[in-house]
Design a protein around this ligand. Structure first.
Ligand code: SF4
Length: 427
């Protein structure tokens, strides 16, 4: 048995974006769904600003606004809104998401969802407020709500179910690669449509695509007695090779993807040339940090620290092994991180949305970690996107600073794109 990987837990906050943001990719993935958030004006502003919604776009999500009068009623009334949603959007499933204020008010969401749910259009409660969850974890809650609707597969149905939301092009790439290797596929959780959820039973192999789904993975294994693939997550050439070789082995297939991995590294050589020897510091909150750090180390970078809000020893065991020797921190203390960054002077900091621009304002080359969540970086098809995201801030900095001078920005920075600033003055 490999030795337990060690990491430190500090006393920092999650510093996380709100869990409601996952609606942005989940409503697009589950094409016949509707997401109703019981929230406040703050939640509505967050969704409108982060997801760029125009009022005439008729998106399949909405915020049921809590007003002062609702504070005195025992339960908010959402039956009329549910009927309107069914009439206007004809969804197959409605997700009812909590938010901070009703959770503080102790709204009984399970009962509320049950009271408006029907066999034809189930209404499923999803805890997803900014109080408890890092934003990526709310996908875990959505998948837990969907699990009871996955048909039970018979024990002799030996197929793989890919776990985690990826866009259609990446999903096609996984299905094609599985077919190429002779691995039978039962489907994806989540599927594109509510009635296409994959059958899961004792013969199923669950292959997690996202590192932020440990709770639903655990629940599936407990409830359906299936096998959970333990491997690297399919990010980068090294991760993809391990993922597919380990998955094939679950089906009794021995495959050697060393040449495939070498070709993938060769294709991103212009990126790895830039990454080699660079000191990288992770201070982000997406829960993608462990596999990203492992990829960057394999690409030749020196990972000074990999901080992430939450580490699950079992679910992340292979990534932890691959990161042996790297300083791993859970719930990092931001003050301490600032001191470490000042002392160790990383070439690149992968940070969260709150701290990226202030760090850049201090002269640090920083990359907004959230961009990785919204980008197609999985599998062989995602390798180039992943590598170019990792080097974008370095390339931008090199262009701004062609002589390689120490970046000491003295006054104002003007935020533009996430993780990017336009310097106004410099000394
Ligand atoms: S759920 Fe909480 S953290 Fe998220 S937008 Fe609403 S008030 Fe803010």
């Amino acid at each position: 048995m490999p030795p337990k990987a060690s990491f430190t837990r500090e006393d920092g906050l999650y510093h996380s974006f709100c869990g409601l943001v996952s609606v942005g990719w989940l409503y697009q993935k589950i094409k016949d769904s509707f997401f109703l958030i019981l929230g406040t004006h703050t939640c509505a502003h967050l969704l409108q600003n982060t997801l760029g919604v125009m009022i005439f776009a008729r998106p399949r999500f909405a915020v049921s606004l809590l007003e002062e009068g609702d504070l005195s009623s025992a339960q908010p009334h959402i039956a009329d809104q549910i009927e309107e949603i069914k009439r206007e959007h004809r969804p197959s499933v409605i997700f009812l998401l909590s938010s901070c204020t009703p959770e503080v008010m102790k709204v009984e969401f399970e009962g509320l969802a049950h009271s408006v749910s029907t066999p034809e259009v189930p209404v499923l409660f999803v805890p997803a407020s900014g109080l408890d969850y890092t934003f990526a974890q709310s996908e875990d809650s959505v998948l837990q709500a969907l699990l009871p609707f996955c048909p039970v597969a018979p024990p002799d149905d030996r197929r793989v179910v890919f776990l985690g939301s990826v866009n259609d092009a990446i999903a096609d790439d996984f299905a094609l690669e599985a077919a190429r290797l002779g691995i039978p596929v039962a489907g994806f959780l989540p599927a594109n449509h509510f009635h296409e959820l994959p059958p899961i039973g004792p013969g199923t192999v669950i292959a997690p695509l996202q590192p932020f789904l440990p709770r639903v993975a655990n629940q599936i294994v407990n409830e359906r007695e299936c096998t959970l693939l333990s491997s690297l997550f399919p990010f980068g050439p090294d991760g993809c090779r391990a993922f597919w070789e380990d998955l094939a082995a679950e089906f009794g297939l021995q495959v050697d993807l060393s040449e495939r991995e070498a070709r993938a590294w060769e294709r991103i050589k212009h990126h790895t040339d830039l990454l080699r020897g660079k000191k990288v510091f992770f201070a982000a909150d997406t829960l993608l940090e462990l596999p990203l750090a492992r990829f960057l180390r394999a690409a030749g970078a020196e990972v000074l620290e990999c901080s992430t809000p939450y580490i699950n020893r079992r679910f992340h065991s292979r990534e932890l092994q691959a990161l042996e020797g790297v300083r791993l921190v859970e719930q990092a203390n931001f003050e301490r991180q600032l001191r470490s960054i000042a002392e160790e002077r990383p070439d690149l900091v992968i940070s969260n949305i709150i701290t990226a621009n202030p760090l850049i304002g201090r002269g640090v080359v920083a990359k907004w970690g959230t961009e990785f969540i919204f980008s197609p970086i999985h599998g062989w098809a995602g390798v180039n996107t992943l590598a170019s995201l990792c080097t974008r801030a370095l390339r931008r900095h090199a262009q701004l600073d062609p002589l390689g001078l120490d970046p000491v920005w003295t006054a104002g920075v003007m935020p533009s794109l996430p993780g990017e600033v336009i310097p106004l003055t410099r000394s």
